[in-house]
Design a binder for this molecule. Structure first.
Ligand SMILES: Nc1ncnc2c1ncn2[C@@H]1O[C@@H]2COP(=O)(O)O[C@H]2[C@H]1O
Length: 865
């Protein structure tokens, strides 16, 4: 038997219940308390109570008889003012304060209500000193005591009052059947919240007989050794109050919370930290067709969540003890139907800093009402009230196709859009016209070719201007016309071999240097450079621009390698092409550089972006055969075979550029980049080159306009977003880069007139050449109107501006602020109309104009052609 502190002993011996109440607290607060043994406690849990000696003021040892729990979780801001130490970093590290009542808590702590008068049922067959001691001790502690002498009366009492504590005398085994009484009480509803104690003789412990074990198996929580010592008995009851009874009360409170969870509409799941189910509420069982019993111990991934990527995303926050919220796609057990919902996930820690549990709450308001179990599948057909076989059939088809779409493990934006459209359809009621329109919208949206543009059937241009129709259809159409003819293709590799210059970097002649002073102006005369450089403009202009943008620095590469690279790239353009030659590459590079100089671009682009944009521009038409992709497909060209008729030319330009660059260390401008930077550079270059494919023109334009000119409709004055920087995610920056190279690629109608006219002449010449070849080889003629004998070049230019250039440059100007682009474009447009009206339509008409009214520098370029 240990010793109690004298103050407490004195108070107990005085026998006042008021002072005992104080004594209770006093015990709880005792510091330096060394109670080595209260030997009456049973063997089932602790027979000895050690209350360690701890220094004054320490948090440890405040709880008499309670297991010390340094990680007790008092969640929530409301408890912060209870925190005792600034060293305790989280509420979890605070010890539990026994004096803190529920009223002091704002929220978060599950605290049992043990302040009310505890009800004690004493079952003693006869009155003796032991039963008297227990009765006295209970009264002193303020318990409400009921004393019974028979098992029947005890059970009746218990079933009426549901006592918190039942103490049964087990010393006289023949008096009544303790085992039966205990089992009967345990069979009573709610008895799990009752603590049951058996009082046994001291010899029961000493003999190590089976009495103790069988009592515990009957449902007793503990066995206590008989005692007539009031102090010992009081102490035992205090211990019971603050340990077992508190835990029972906590369970009862938890039960209330479980009930609350089961009544709530949202789906609630608790898992352990490996996502194994621990609990799910009724709403969850109902909506997802799962049963708690089936899920316990299984993982979220196995049972519930479609996409492990979503779990990983959530887990990266939870494992860092951070809350997470985001969309989550769940699956219904029976149908495997996906249910998209918004999820809030909270990490919970029972011990330590690391989460031990995850709490997931799924907001039912975020679930498509059609997917909620009570409303599934019926509203639409009931509302329409139609028994028409076709409508039922199409409804069924729509639903099954939607179900298929929904059944995809990944959610695409289109899945959401179609889900929303279905909701709109539901809300339309019986408005057949509106339903027809919405059906049409859904059908269009289900097409995978949303951005592929066709010349409108009702468009006047098609009828009035066949040349425009030809041009636009050829540029935007993906499907080449089939043909059986074969073709031969000139090998481009002849010119790909790099022959290093012995003299190193060649200094450009003064005239070229002077001209390159203007290399960043929009009026730069590319044809003069073509002339001065003996048709090697890319080498000179390229080096000038690379230096201006410090591409050497960005790629960590020497000037010689850059120069070599330009040499090889330029050599792989076909000098015989009238349009797609290295002058066009240099022109696109020059336009790109002009765009990069603008403030908006400077604020967006990293040095590596600038370098890769210039590289992409220089190489974007590498080894262009002077024929379109459709021509290559129609003629079974090896490139078309290699690339399956898809993005044939652009794929080739990009692939060849990397082949040439990586194939020779002397030209490998990427050789000093680390793996990740190279990967990024390569991605940038490929993405930009592929963006120049005209069949994707409207896709790129629409995506750009959607983000950067959101309130505008194409063709109207562009509204600018208030804050461009907020829009600049990596994805949106990619849209800008694509738009930049696209605009540079077809910027020729926005250049000063004489330059614009020369490019128009060159592209017309190349088109004519293709038509000639197609006719000669018996291939389908891709653009029959581009016949040198009959074609109206001004009309083709007017159509090109109307359909391709105008909207794109309006959007681009709204973004980059280069009004000169629109000024030149509009002036040129008027001049083309004039030329058309004046009858200057054919190639030779245009050449005559160039020789007379247009600049002499252009005329000299024509002569050397
Ligand atoms: N002035 C123009 N008139 C007609 N078509 C053009 C003009 N400029 C460029 N193009 C076309 O636009 C296409 C853009 O991609 P490509 O350089 O592959 O091929 C280009 C030509 O086919």
């Amino acid at each position: 038997m240990g010793c109690f502190p004298s103050t407490l002993l004195e108070q107990i011996q005085k026998g006042s219940s008021a002072s005992l109440d104080k004594a209770d607290k006093s015990v709880a607060k005792t510091k330096f308390l060394e109670v080595n043994s209260v030997s009456t406690a049973g063997a089932a849990t602790t027979t000895t109570i050690h209350i360690n000696s701890v220094p004054r003021g320490s948090k440890r040892g405040k709880l008499l008889g309670m297991p010390f729990n340094p990680f007790r979780r008092d969640i929530g801001r409301g408890v912060l003012h209870h925190r005792k130490s600034s060293l305790a970093l989280t509420p979890e590290e605070e010890p539990f304060d026994i004096n803190r009542g529920p009223n002091e808590l704002k929220y978060g702590l599950i605290i049992p209500n043990i302040k009310h008068q505890l009800k004690l049922l004493l079952v003693f067959a006869q009155l003796d000193p032991v039963s008297e001691t227990f009765t006295k001790a209970a009264e002193k502690l303020g318990f409400e005591v009921t004393l019974c002498h028979t098992d029947i009366s005890a059970l009746e009492e218990y079933q009426t009052k549901s006592h918190d504590l039942v103490i049964v005398d087990n010393r006289i085994t023949k008096a009544f059947d303790n085992d039966l009484l205990c089992r009967s009480i345990r069979n009573t509803r709610g008895s799990q919240h009752t603590v049951m104690i058996a009082v046994v003789k001291k010899s029961a412990f000493e003999r190590d007989d089976i009495t103790i074990t069988s009592l515990l198996e009957s449902g007793f929580n503990r066995c206590l050794i008989e005692t007539t010592n009031l102090l010992t008995c009081v102490n035992e009851m205090i211990l019971l109050k603050h340990s077992d009874i508190r835990i029972m009360a906590q369970h009862a409170t938890c039960q209330a919370l479980y009930t609350a969870l089961d009544k709530c509409k949202d789906l609630v799941i608790v898992t352990d930290d490996t996502y194994k189910f621990q609990y799910m509420n009724t709403a969850c069982e109902r909506q997802l067709g799962l049963r708690q019993e089936d899920t316990l111990g299984k993982t979220l991934q196995e049972q519930l969540v479609y996409d492990t990527v979503q779990i990983n995303t959530m887990g990266s926050s939870l494992l860092r003890a951070r809350e997470w919220s985001g969309p989550m796609t769940l699956k219904r057990k029976s149908t495997q139907d996906p249910i998209v919902t918004s999820c809030k996930a909270v990490p919970f820690s029972c011990a330590g800093r690391m989460p031990t549990h995850f709490i997931l709450v799924f907001d039912t308001n975020s679930i498509d009402p059609n997917m909620l179990s009570q409303s599934r599948g019926s509203i639409h057909s009931i509302r329409r009230g139609s028994t028409d076989v076709r409508s039922v059939g199409s409804d069924y088809l729509r639903r099954t196709s939607l179900a298929k779409l929904n059944a995809l493990p990944l959610e695409a934006p289109i899945t959401k859009v179609i889900g929303l459209i279905d909701q709109i359809r539901e809300s339309l009621g019986s408005n057949p016209q509106a339903i027809q329109l919405i059906d049409r919208v859904e059908d269009i949206l289900k097409s995978s070719e949303l951005y592929v543009s066709h010349v409108k059937e009702d468009s006047k241009v098609k009828a009035d201007e066949p040349v425009v129709s030809d041009l636009i259809t050829a540029l935007l159409s993906k499907t080449p016309q089939p043909t059986l003819s074969a073709s031969s293709r000139r090998s481009s590799n002849d010119s790909s071999v790099f022959r290093p210059s012995r003299t190193g970097l060649i200094k450009a002649p003064a005239a070229i240097r002077d001209l390159l002073e203007t290399s960043l102006t929009w009026e730069f005369d590319i044809f003069k450079l073509e002339d001065l450089s003996r048709r090697r403009p890319l080498q000179h202009l390229g080096m000038n621009l690379f230096n201006h943008f410090d591409v050497c620095g960005s790629l960590n590469c020497d000037e010689k390698t850059l120069s070599n690279w330009l040499t090889v790239i330029e050599a792989n353009y076909h000098i015989e092409n009238s349009y797609h030659n290295s002058s066009h590459a240099a022109d696109v590079m020059q336009a790109t550089a002009g765009f990069l100089e603008k403030e908006r671009m400077k604020s967006i682009m990293e040095p590596l972006d600038e370098a890769t944009s210039l590289i992409a521009a220089a190489a974007h038409d590498l080894d262009h055969p002077g024929k379109s992709s459709a021509f290559l497909s129609n003629s079974n060209n090896p490139l078309a075979i290699l690339y399956n008729d898809v993005t044939v030319l652009e794929s080739h330009h990009s692939a060849l550029m990397f082949k040439l660059t990586l194939g020779d260390e002397r030209v490998n401008i990427f050789k000093n980049l680390d793996r990740d930077t190279y990967k990024l550079a390569r991605h940038n270059v490929i993405d930009m080159i592929l963006a120049t494919e005209m069949t994707k023109h409207f896709e790129h334009l629409a995506k750009f306009v959607n983000v950067f000119c959101p309130r505008s409709s194409i063709g109207s004055d562009m509204d600018q977003p208030d804050d461009y920087n907020a829009l600049l995610s990596p994805e949106n920056t990619t849209l800008v880069k694509r738009m930049m190279i696209k605009c540079a690629d077809v910027s020729n109608p926005t250049r000063p007139l004489r330059i614009c006219v020369e490019w128009a002449r060159r592209i017309a010449e190349e088109y004519f050449q293709q038509t000639d070849d197609e006719k000669m080889r018996g291939l389908p003629v891709v653009m029959p109107m581009f016949d040198r004998a009959t074609c109206s070049i001004p009309k083709s230019q007017i159509g090109f501006v109307d359909y391709i250039i105008n909207d794109m440059f309006e959007a681009w100007n709204a973004f980059i602020d280069m009004p000169e682009l629109l000024t030149y474009m509009r002036q040129n447009y008027i001049r083309w109309k004039e030329f058309d009206e004046q009858g200057h339509t054919t190639l030779s008409d245009i050449q005559k104009l160039q020789a007379t009214v247009l600049s002499p520098s252009v005329s000299s370029a024509i002569k050397s052609d």
